[in-house]
Design a protein around this ligand. Structure first.
Ligand SMILES: [Zn+2]
Length: 533
C-alpha cells in the first residue's frame, strides 16, 4: 500500500510541475484512494514543487554575435515566435470548431486551408514574386470523428481522456466493443508468458526513447517462427488482442499522436497517468470480476480533399537556385513541428528580401509544403517526382524543420524545461561535399545551434527524406520528448533558438553563394531510406 501512496503523490506533483510550462491540461479523474493519498505525502514535503524565480520565455540563453555577424541580428527571434503563435492559434481554432480530439494543422482540413492562405499573405507582404499554390489531390484521408474509451471495474469508472488512436487505426462499428482488460507489462514475449490476451483489450506500458522520438512498443521487434518481424504492438495483435493501448511512460498525462502502427485492431496511445490508473484498476478488481473497457471510435476515410504546395520566389542575378522548404502540417499545436520551421522560412525570406538584388547571386525559392503526417500523395512526393527539372541548377536545399525547442529534461518524476535548447540532429550535405558540410558546421557553431559531433547519414528524417539524394541539402532538427504531443506548445519554443537556427541558415546561404555549383552538385550519396520522423 505504501508504494501506491508514494507513486500517486508523485503523479500529483507532476501535474503541478508540468503545468508550469503554461499548458492548460484537461482535468483527469483520479481514483478515490489516489486523491486521498496525495495530501499525506505532501505533508512529508515531497509534493511541494520548487518555485520559479524567473519567467522561462523571457530568459532563454541568448547568443551574442561577433562584430562581423551583426548583419544577422536583423533576424529577430521574438518576431519569428509570433509566427509560431499564429500557427498554433490556427490549430486551436480548428480544435475549437468541432474537432476536440483529432486536431492540428492536418493535411486536407480547414486548418490546412487557413495556414496556406496565411502563408501566401505573408510571402506577398514580404515581396516575394509569383506567390501561388500548386494544388494536390489527396487520396481518401483517415479522419477519426470521435472516440470514447471508458473502463469500469470494482465499482469505479475511468474515462481514458488521453487515449489517441494511432494514425490509420481502424474504428469500431455499431455500439462499439466491450472487452476485458488485460495488463501485459511491457508487452514483450516474456511479459506475455502465461497471459491470455485473446479477444481482450491489452494494456502495454511503453518506454520512451526521447531524441528520435520512438518508444519501446513501436520499436522493439520480435521475430516469429515464420521469420517475420513484429513490433510489440503487432505481437499483441498476433496473440489475438482485440484492441491495444500503449501507455507512454512520460511523466504526467501527455497525449501523443502515433504514426501508423501496422496493427489491424483499434490501437491507441495514452498518457502515463491514465495508464497507471487503468493498471491499478486491473490490480484491484475483485476475483472473477475483471475490468471491462467500452471502446467506441467513429473513423471516416474522407475522399475528395485537397492540399497544396505554396510557392514564393526571390529573384537573384543568375538562374541558379536555392530552395528553402518548410512543411506546414502538424498534430496538435505543433509549435516546434513545424511552426518553428515555417517561422524560419519566413525569417529567411524577410532577411534576403532586404538584401539588394545585385548582391543576391542565386534565386531563392520558398516552399511551404503540405507535409507528411498523412498517407498518399503530398508535396514531397511531387517534388521527388520532378527532381530533374526542379534541381538542375540547384546549389542548396534548406529543409527548415523543427528549428527551435527548449530542452525538456526527465528529472526524477518530472519533466522540466531548461532555459536552453537540446541537441539537434543535423546533415550538412554529407562527407562528399566537404565545403558545404564545413560551412554548415561553422554556421551552427557560430550562431548557437547545439549539434552533435556526428552528422546523420542523411537528412534527419522529415520532409526532405526523399529529396536529399537529388540535391545538396542542409538540415538541423530538434526531436524531443514532446514531439507529436499536445505539450508541443509555443511555450516550449525559445525565441533565441528560432533566431539561432534562422541566422545559421542565412549564413549558410551566404557561404554557399561563394561556392560554385559543380562543387556542390557532386555525385549523390547512396540513396538511403531515412527513417520517418
Ligand atoms: Zn516535422
Amino acid at each position: 500500500m505504501r508504494r501506491i501512496v508514494v507513486s500517486v503523490a508523485l503523479l500529483a506533483l507532476l501535474g503541478v510541475a508540468v503545468g508550469r510550462i503554461g499548458h492548460a491540461q484537461a482535468p483527469t479523474q483520479n481514483s478515490g484512494s489516489a486523491a486521498q493519498a496525495a495530501p499525506a505525502a505532501a505533508a512529508r514535503g515531497r509534493a511541494t514543487p520548487p518555485v520559479p524565480v524567473f519567467k522561462l520565455d523571457d530568459n532563454f540563453l541568448q547568443w551574442r554575435l561577433l562584430p562581423d555577424e551583426k548583419a544577422y541580428e536583423a533576424i529577430d527571434g521574438r518576431h519569428l515566435l509570433q509566427y509560431v503563435n499564429d500557427l498554433s492559434a490556427m490549430s486551436r481554432h480548428y480544435r475549437d470548431s468541432g474537432h476536440p480530439q483529432f486536431w492540428g494543422r492536418i493535411i486536407g482540413s480547414s486548418a490546412d486551408r487557413e495556414d496556406a492562405q496565411w502563408l501566401m499573405g505573408k510571402m506577398t507582404q514580404i515581396g516575394l514574386l509569383d506567390v501561388h499554390e500548386e494544388s494536390i489531390d489527396l487520396a481518401p484521408q483517415w479522419f477519426p470523428q470521435s472516440w470514447d474509451l471508458t473502463a469500469t471495474g470494482a465499482g469505479k469508472t475511468l474515462r481514458l481522456e488521453t487515449a489517441q488512436p494511432s494514425y490509420t487505426s481502424p474504428g469500431t462499428t455499431g455500439a462499439g466493443l466491450d472487452l476485458e482488460v488485460v495488463y501485459a507489462g511491457l508487452g514483450s514475449e516474456a511479459d506475455l508468458l502465461g497471459r491470455d490476451v485473446r479477444g481482450k483489450a491489452v494494456l502495454i506500458f511503453s518506454n520512451p526513447m526521447p531524441g528520435s522520438w520512438r518508444h519501446t512498443s513501436t520499436q522493439e521487434g520480435v521475430v516469429g517462427d515464420d521469420g517475420t518481424r513484429a513490433t510489440l504492438l503487432q505481437l499483441a495483435e498476433k496473440r489475438g488482442a482485440a484492441a491495444i493501448i500503449c501507455s507512454i511512460q512520460l511523466p504526467g498525462n501527455i497525449r501523443t499522436q502515433l504514426y501508423p502502427t501496422g496493427t489491424k485492431v483499434p490501437t491507441f496511445s495514452m498518457g502515463m497517468r491514465d495508464g497507471a490508473d487503468l493498471r491499478d484498476m486491473v490490480a484491484h478488481a475483485p476475483a472473477g470480476q475483471p475490468v471491462h473497457l467500452k471502446l467506441r471510435m467513429d473513423v471516416q476515410q474522407v475522399p475528395g480533399l485537397k492540399t497544396g504546395t505554396i510557392w514564393g520566389t526571390l529573384k537573384g542575378t543568375t538562374d541558379e537556385t536555392i530552395y528553402v522548404e518548410a512543411h506546414r502540417d502538424g498534430w496538435f499545436e505543433s509549435a516546434t513541428d513545424n511552426g518553428s520551421g515555417v517561422a524560419t522560412l519566413l525569417g529567411l525570406a524577410e532577411y534576403f528580401a532586404k538584401v539588394p538584388l545585385a548582391q543576391r547571386r542565386r534565386t531563392i525559392i520558398f516552399l511551404g509544403t503540405s507535409g507528411h503526417h498523412n498517407s498518399g500523395p503530398n508535396s514531397a512526393a511531387w517534388l521527388a517526382e520532378h527532381h530533374e527539372e526542379l534541381f538542375k541548377k540547384t546549389a542548396l536545399l534548406i529543409n527548415a524543420e523543427h528549428t527551435a525547442a527548449a530542452q525538456p529534461e526527465l528529472l526524477g518524476e518530472a519533466i522540466r524545461l531548461v532555459n536552453d535548447e537540446a541537441g539537434f540532429l543535423w546533415y550538412g550535405g554529407g562527407n562528399q561535399r566537404p565545403k558545404l558540410q564545413a560551412a554548415s558546421v561553422k554556421a551552427f557553431q557560430s550562431f548557437g545551434v547545439p549539434i552533435y559531433a556526428e552528422p546523420e547519414n542523411g537528412v534527419p528524417g522529415g520532409e526532405a527524406s526523399r529529396l536529399y539524394q537529388f540535391v545538396p541539402a542542409v538540415q538541423a532538427s530538434n526531436y524531443n520528448m514532446y514531439f507529436h504531443s499536445d505539450f508541443e506548445t509555443p511555450a516550449t519554443v525559445p525565441a533565441p533558438g528560432l533566431a539561432a537556427t534562422t541566422r545559421a541558415y542565412a549564413k549558410i546561404i551566404d557561404e554557399v553563394n561563394k561556392i560554385d555549383l559543380r562543387e556542390l552538385q557532386l555525385p549523390s550519396p547512396p540513396a538511403a531510406t531515412a527513417p520517418r520522423r
